[in-house]
Write a protein that binds this ligand. Sequence first.
Ligand code: NAD
Length: 280
Amino acid sequence: MSAQLINGKEIALALREELAAELAFKKYRPYLAVVLVGNDEASLIYDRNKQKAALAAGMDCDLHHLPEETTEDDLLDLIGRLNGDDNIHGVMVQLPLPKHINGRRIIEAICPEKDVDGFTPQNAGRLLLKDERAIVSATPAGILHLLKTVHQNLSGLHAVIIGRSNIVGKPLASLLLNQDCTVTVIHSKTVNPKEITRQADILIAACGCPKMVKKDWVKEGATIIDVGINRIDGKLCGDVDFDDVCDKAAFITPVPGGVGPMTIAMLLRNTYQAYLALKK
Ligand code: NAD
């Protein structure tokens, strides 16, 4: 058996087109503000791509690119202004921030109703409490969307998540619990991880360890979502050894072209959600 690909690139494109069609006849446009501090090349490319995608979907989007030496107070001032501007519906600050800036303090300054990354304590808490006002961070939201393309009903399935970060593992655990999955989270201190991953109907790898997940980590017929973005000799790869597990899994996301494209699509969806809630 060879696993069927879950094509994140196509699914994300369809979502973006759907959003563009919905926005085409709106009188007002959702407005996203992206804030980047410093000169990290990868972040700059990523944020320009977000801006391009937002404009293509019929939104407005500013990229506030600030110099590396920007102070925490100056950044807080900018966030305060974006929070107070009624024309702006989504505010996101690209992480990681330079070392002299306290990232937690910055994220907590974003108005929760405009926090389209879903990183504020209010949105993380609302997700945990299954409060429908939650803005769910884009990568976990994208993963759930991908899962729903191959599983009509997630209830009762055992989902094992490798990784417990605040931006992927933990919100994803809440999201899947809210779908009635049985959720296990494993991490760098877990003893004998493959004993656990072998029980997974759905296995999600988000640990940043290139090709760590091999065939003997996988249950026959499992669905595998590979969140990892790593490079080996300059070539992109995930946390899953794709070729090794392919004949054991039923469904699998490729890297690139799986989870990655979903993140921007869901960020745009979150901006639209924020816009609708703020316009009420
Ligand atoms: P992180 O470094 O914040 O967290 C990694 C997690 O993996 C930690 O909880 C750690 O305990 C766990 N871990 C590390 N080594 C492990 C091991 N050997 N066994 C089990 N668990 C282990 O990373 P993150 O921000 O959550 O990102 C994880 C990966 O996903 C990275 O490769 C990152 O680039 C990628 N990522 C992709 C997207 C996307 O849009 N596709 C978005 C976010 C992150």
